[in-house]
Design a protein around this ligand. Structure first.
Ligand SMILES: C[S@@+](CC[C@H](N)C(=O)[O-])C[C@H]1O[C@@H](n2cnc3c(N)ncnc32)[C@H](O)[C@@H]1O
Length: 206
């Protein structure tokens, strides 16, 4: 990781710190996240580290759910020429996503929607669904389980969700492993370029 006071580079991506003038400008313009999408969360780096070792197919159609500032999607667009759509329930995250996608030279399609509203027909447009740190309230566990089931029925080939192992995520992971044929969790810890630990829930649609 390279770092100066307002910018850093992680996994080849440029990231602006909260003190950067463009981030401060967006906050002053009233873009204040309402559902914790106020920064890049470290679980996204755990998932990037996994994708570095297990790359996606070039030009995969990727959906990032609960994208926040969208770094995972930006990583996929840059490294796998993925066609990325990012969704989040909170519209205030999108200016930060746009800022970072432009900074990193990629285009991401962004849409405001919540887990519950992504239909099977709409999900059928994607090969892979990714999400990081999106299961932190109790009701998210069942909403995400239902979303994963719809995605598998729609033909999505793989779903990966990373998390620092909050209880709703652990419940989601247990439910998936109990009820879905190809669901597994893997524990991950990294100290470089960012310190992070947690689990990945990986569901393959075979
Ligand atoms: C902890 S942040 C993680 C953001 C990003 N994935 C990351 O790792 O940096 C959780 C994100 O999920 C979004 N979110 C919360 N509930 C949601 C829902 N029901 N549907 C879609 N997005 C949701 C929030 O707006 C926020 O951006």
């Amino acid at each position: 990781m390279t770092n100066n006071s307002t910018k850093r580079r992680v996994f080849g991506l440029q990231i602006l710190n909260s003190s950067h003038r463009d981030i401060r400008r967006l906050k002053q313009a009233g873009h204040v996240a309402e559902l914790h999408g106020n920064k890049f969360w470290n679980s996204s780096f755990l998932l990037m580290n996994h994708l570095k070792r297990h790359p996606l197919k070039k030009h995969s159609r990727v959906l990032e759910i609960g994208c926040g500032w969208g770094l995972l999607g930006i990583y996929c667009a840059r490294n796998f020429s993925a066609r990325v759509t990012a969704v989040d329930a909170d519209k205030h995250v999108f200016p930060y996503l746009k800022l970072h996608s432009e900074l990193n030279g990629v285009k991401i399609k962004a849409e405001q929607s919540s887990f519950q509203h992504l239909t099977k027909t709409w999900l059928s447009k994607f090969d892979v669904i990714l999400g990081s740190d999106i299961c932190f309230w109790d009701d998210m566990s069942i909403a995400l389980y239902n979303l994963i089931r719809r995605a598998l029925q729609a033909g999505v080939k793989q779903v990966i969700i990373s998390d620092p192992c909050r209880p709703p995520f652990t419940e989601l992971a247990s439910r998936c492993q109990e009820k879905l044929p190809n669901a597994r969790t893997v524990s991950r810890r990294m100290s470089h370029p960012v310190r992070a630990s947690g689990e990945l829930l990986i569901i393959d649609n075979r």
